[in-house]
Design a protein around this ligand. Sequence first.
Ligand code: ATP
Length: 401
Amino acid sequence: MASITMNHIVKQYGDGFPAVNDVSIDVADGEFMILVGPSGCGKSTLLRMIVGLEDITSGDMLIGDRRVNDLAPRDRNLAMVFQNYALYPHLTVYENIAFPLRLAGVSEAEVDRQVREASDTLELNEHLDRKPSNLSGGQRQRVAMGRAIVRNADAFLFDEPLSNLDAKLRGQMRTEIARLQKRLGITTVYVTHDQTEAMTLGDRVAVLKRGVLQQLATPRELYDNPGNLFVAGFIGSPPMNFLPATVEGTTLKLPFGEIELPAERAERAAGRGLLIAGIRPESFAEASAPHAREVSDANTFDATIDVVEWLGNETYAYLPFEAPPEVLQQLQQLEQELDGEVVRTQLVVTLDGASEVKSGDTVKIWVDAAKVHLFDPATSESLTVDLAKAGKIPGLADTVS
Ligand code: ATP
């Protein structure tokens, strides 16, 4: 096992396009690192540079303390677990796992020992004589991992391994990969465009946009302290609401009314003119809900509900609002960057599943003022992020203690 260090990595393709632009990420020994971002953000290119399938234009790639920029893929001792598992259909599970050992000319006794050890770990013992075509997607994935394990690789690299599976199997496989990675304690870099996979699997998550690292932090830090509008909109489902806002003193003015911010949240935003407030759907509640009532009588507003979606355990209520052109323009751009995940002129609030609100009702909504994020519409950077906790954010990185 080993750490992987990417130092100021740049990749320009033949046409000069910077697919990866000055990205620095340290993956600790044994860490599960996720590279996430929308299509074209450069995550696959970055993974391919780690494994050696793509030349590095500039910067240093280290595995452990060895610089590997000029090493052939076979000399890097990494195991790529492919999306289609790349298993040999005519070989049994046993022989599929044994394959790299046979190539290396390992003795029969040693092949048997290693295959059985891997199959014990991966719970494949009862499947060793079967062919891949008779296995479930999850079992095939485990065989592919078995082959990687016997190679005794320094790290596992996954490129969207679950993207072809249906939602249920994807959920199962996600849990399985997480469990195995923890059990094996092997350094892992995992590429996905799916924020749920990123949040549930990663020790840390690197969010990329157009080749540039936006934020590198634990899932919780990304969720609680997104450094800019892009990360805020990408992480979380349903996505964070973005609303036009101004702050005077500690009063936040939103299209629906005014709420009082905690002083430390208001400080950096006061008097800065038009801002974008970011509020997660779950930071709202019906004012009559017990947890809202206990906390505060303030920070409520009346709103008329346009659409209600009842999901059983919770309810999404949609409340339309109007926004000035500056904010609309910024949100439109964000919507394009996020492949359309921003809801531009409707507030989405998550209410209790027991709520009986209906379309057309006017309800009193409470907002948790301590969870309101504020962004500068000109730079899209957060004004409220807790820098000490937020992890690496380019441009702000030097100020993070
Ligand atoms: P996806 O999820 O769609 O695979 P990605 O985030 O993995 O996207 P990459 O495949 O790494 O993105 O591509 C990053 C950028 O580099 C894209 O804009 C892409 O068009 C460009 N690119 C990728 N491969 C090449 C190539 N061989 N020649 C030129 N440009 C390329």
